[in-house]
Unconditional design. Structure first.
Length: 363
């Protein structure tokens, strides 16, 4: 019998969602600092044989934590103690910024969903970079001690709100200059609905020079080729999804992360009252209602690009069966976030165990 759903109802369901996130994350980091994380990791670590080779990197598991949870690389090692094969930190912007006014995070518990309009609240690239270095050193030490593959750390970068669209490329280039030397892989986020005008950067005339400049800067400041991906919105029309895929191929990108949160509200109001959804206001919707569109985009991309691009699928992932479905549909990696809030700290470990069972059944 699972205890966490009851614990969530008693301890967190009544609490401001952002405060609950802060306290929950603080608890994860405290467990790590006290040495409990080392004990936990023996139980939660992906089983030997779960490794996947993607973009020249070894991922201990194909399942990882999406950007948005660890915005500033303050608890990366602690999160991998829970079984995530990779953690994508961020979104990190060129300059530190507080994000949008509170309240800016809303639970739709009946729909297993969240609406957020956080607005890329983070400390900025210059402050985050040394934390990434520290996390990588700590994780490398654990990998040596345990003879297990080191979890992968990706870095997701976005536009500073105060920077105009005309200067967006230089803003992304600055973040690349600071962070690319330490990122296992880099994701260009042009798809959050919570920074004014950001999604306009998905238009090809803007996206081509931006991605080209980021690729060039990443190559200039590193002695290795840092894998580069672009994260797209589920709200793009199918033809625009394919156009971005063609651009990624043309520019020699490594892959696409599909998808970010959605501004649509289809499927809500059946469990969560429509007036509650309306009262929460604008922002990106994530969680179970995004599952169908995220899977549609994955199928669309896989059919169009085959194995020429790495596809990282995210959106509406809750169970090991969901993850396996994405892998079977052509994803190389799968990420989750929203279900973590509802499923609790052993969520990744349960998914990893479920994937092992699925693999055994398939033999």
């Amino acid at each position: 019998m699972r205890v966490y759903p009851t614990f969530f109802r008693v301890a967190f369901s009544w609490m401001d969602p952002e405060l609950a996130h802060t306290l929950g994350f603080a608890g994860i980091k405290l467990a790590h600092r006290c040495g409990l994380g080392r004990v936990l990791s023996r139980v939660t670590a992906p089983a030997p044989g779960s490794e996947v080779q993607v973009m020249g990197l070894t991922f201990p598991s194909p399942f990882g934590l999406a950007a948005g949870f660890d915005k500033g690389a303050t608890g990366t090692h602690a999160l991998t103690d829970l079984g995530f094969g990779h953690v994508e930190i961020g979104t990190v912007t060129g300059q530190g910024q507080p994000g949008n006014p509170r309240p800016r995070l809303f639970r739709l518990v009946a729909d297993r969903a969240v609406i957020n309009r956080m607005g890329f609240n983070n400390d900025g690239a210059q402050a985050v970079a040394p934390r990434v270095v520290s996390a990588l050193q700590s994780l490398a030490g654990r990998a040596i001690r345990t003879s297990r593959p080191r979890p992968v750390v990706g870095v997701n970068i976005g536009k500073t709100k105060a920077v105009g669209l005309e200067d967006a490329t230089e803003d992304y280039v600055h973040s690349t200059r600071v962070l690319a030397p330490y990122a296992d892989y880099l994701v260009v986020n042009v798809s959050s609905p919570n920074t004014p005008g950001l999604r306009q950067l998905q238009e090809l005339d803007a996206l081509r020079p931006l991605l080209g400049a980021v690729r060039e800067e990443a190559d200039r400041v590193t002695s290795r080729r840092v894998p580069l991906l672009v994260k797209i919105a589920p709200d793009l029309a199918d033809e625009d999804v394919l156009a971005v895929a063609d651009l990624a191929l043309d520019l020699g990108l490594d892959g696409i992360v599909a998808t970010n949160t959605t501004i649509a509200r289809e499927g809500l109001g059946l469990r969560t009252p429509a007036e509650e959804v309306a009262a929460d206001g604008v922002g990106g919707l994530s969680g179970a209602p995004l599952r169908r569109r995220s899977l549609e985009v994955l199928h669309l991309l896989r059919e169009h690009v085959g194995d020429r691009l790495v596809l990282v699928s995210v959106g509406g992932v809750t169970t090991a069966q969901d993850v396996q479905e994405r892998l079977d549909a052509g994803a190389s990696l799968v990420q989750g976030y929203t279900a973590f809030l509802y499923e609790g700290p052993f969520w990744a470990a349960r998914i990893n165990r479920g994937l092992v069972k699925a693999a055994r059944r398939g033999r």
